[in-house]
Design a protein around this ligand. Structure first.
Ligand code: FAD
Length: 445
């Protein structure tokens, strides 16, 4: 097996680098990984024997509010419910049955939406809630602001307006992931995931070449199967000679979603949260109420920049001392912006952090800003800064990358697409490659 990587280092969305100052390790793209332990594909691999160690913060997630408190997603449903006041019971009634069903659900949730589920009853129960909009499910299920805000923050990972279906599904999957697997991260940085995979592949006899972009499928050595971890646009560019025109035309209509605008920080001290319990969590969602988060997520979809963007922040160094020099800290943060946007969101991101942690700015030693264009320059799969490999609308989840029974197989014999532009979509879970490989095996390679 031969892997060809365009960039100088392996890892794609799981790279780490000293983006700010020497000794500060930052994750360039992905940072928090519930679906590394939660992935049926990655669970099969002995990545621990190849150096991967996952760190579980005390709590997966904190969601501070303007009253100085924070809603906490705890590992246990009961403990989470205890912080939700009058919505504690509804939270348990919603989450507990789905959590009990997770073993039956995961293959369907982490696979093509169009495949017939092996546990239709469990899937129907999940689908009843998941197919809704996040605002619809939250309004129907919860009466208080705390549970609604917690749910909205998780659903906003979809990067789709929260009034649209199936944003409730994203909220549920992330909450279930938190209860079942935690929201852990690799000690030493996301790069450790890629390094463990590289080490395992080499042990199995695979070869890897970095700084080796593939510019045409026809120029590749003769082989039975080619797996393309590329965007639909890139497949059009490199596959022209082998793929029929009709398929290329359909790929050309693929729609990308909003972008990420990312800032990494080297910090003199930990973030001074008003709600002290935020320091127990690896991830902090900054956006206030459901209404505010919904407003923030509508903006990039309409080509606007949210005045008060929903910010996703991770604070690894509180739980992993290898991320920063002794006594110093890191923060990783991003918000959503229109695809390809050139607008600088740094001040707006920092205003949101200051809102819940006054004095944050005084602790910043250095910052690294990665706008959508810079993310794409470092990884061509991030088209216009889209981190999910395509808009996560219901239609685009079902027809990913095009309407086709087997989304991984292209019309060219032995050529497969296996990036986040195939099911189940964005995120670090390895399922796109795994399911593409399964599909090749089913065809006898
Ligand atoms: C800022 C940001 C934050 C994120 N946060 C998280 C998170 O916390 N948790 C999470 O699970 N996910 C997160 N993600 C999403 C996650 O990183 C991606 O969804 C995931 O990495 C997509 O995997 P992929 O295999 O499709 O592509 P990638 O991981 O991007 O890998 C594709 C690789 O293929 C290479 N390539 C492309 N074209 C060619 C070519 N022609 N020749 C050779 N090589 C080529 C690229 O250089 C790249 O290395 C984040 C992403 C970003 C950008």
């Amino acid at each position: 097996m031969l892997v060809r990587e365009a960039e100088e280092t392996f890892g794609g969305g799981t790279r780490s680098a000293e983006l700010t100052l020497p000794g500060f390790v930052h994750d360039v793209c992905s940072s928090i990984h519930p679906f590394v332990p939660g992935s049926p594909a990655l669970r099969e691999l002995p990545l621990g024997e190849h150096g991967l160690e996952l760190v579980q913060p005390d709590a997966p997630l904190a969601h501070p509010l303007d009253d100085g408190s924070a809603v906490m997603l705890e590992r246990s449903v009961v403990d989470t419910a205890a912080g939700l006041g009058l919505d504690g019971d509804p939270y348990r009634r919603l989450l507990e049955p789905l959590l009990g069903d997770w073993g039956k659900l995961e293959a369907a949730v982490l696979g093509p939406l169009t495949a017939f589920p092996s546990h239709p009853v469990a899937m129907a129960r999940f689908g009843f809630h998941a197919a809704r909009s996040a605002t619809g499910l939250a309004a129907h299920t919860f009466r208080g602001e705390r549970a609604r805000a917690l749910f909205a923050g998780c659903a906003a990972h979809s990067m789709v307006p929260l009034e649209r279906s199936p944003t409730a599904g994203f909220g549920l999957v992330l909450l279930l992931g938190g209860h079942r697997f935690g929201w852990p991260f690799p000690r030493g940085g996301s790069q450790q995931i890629a390094d463990a995979l590289v080490s395992l592949l080499r042990e199995l006899g695979g070869e890897l070449e970095a700084a080796a972009p593939v510019d045409s499928l026809e120029a590749l050595p003769r082989t039975r199967s080619v797996f393309c971890d590329v965007s639909p646009e890139e497949l059009v560019r490199i596959g022209g000679g082998r793929l029929p025109r009709d398929y290329l035309r359909r790929l050309g209509r693929f729609r990308h979603g909003p972008a990420a605008f990312k800032v990494d920080y080297a910090l003199e001290e930990p973030i001074p949260w008003t709600a002290a319990e935020c320091s127990r969590a690896g991830t902090v969602h900054l956006g206030g109420t459901l209404q505010e988060i919904a407003e923030s997520e509508r903006a990039p979809w309409r080509g606007r920049h949210a005045e008060q963007p929903f910010v996703l922040l991770a604070q690894h160094s509180l739980f992993d001392s290898s991320r920063a020099p002794h006594g110093k800290h890191t923060a990783w943060a991003y918000c959503h912006a229109p695809n390809g946007s050139g607008f600088d969101m740094t001040e707006r991101i920092e205003a949101q952090i200051e809102r819940f942690a006054p004095g944050f700015g005084e602790r910043v030693l250095a910052r690294s800003v990665l706008p959508p264009s810079e993310l794409e320059a470092r990884n061509r799969n991030l088209v216009g800064g889209d981190i999910n490999g395509g808009a996560a609308t219901l239609w685009r989840l079902a027809a990913r990358p095009v309407t086709k029974l087997n989304p991984y197989a292209t019309p060219a014999r032995g050529v497969y697409l296996c990036s986040a532009s195939t099911p189940p979509g964005g995120g670090v879970h390895g399922m796109c490659g795994y399911l593409a490989a399964r599909s090749a095996l089913d065809k006898g390679l």
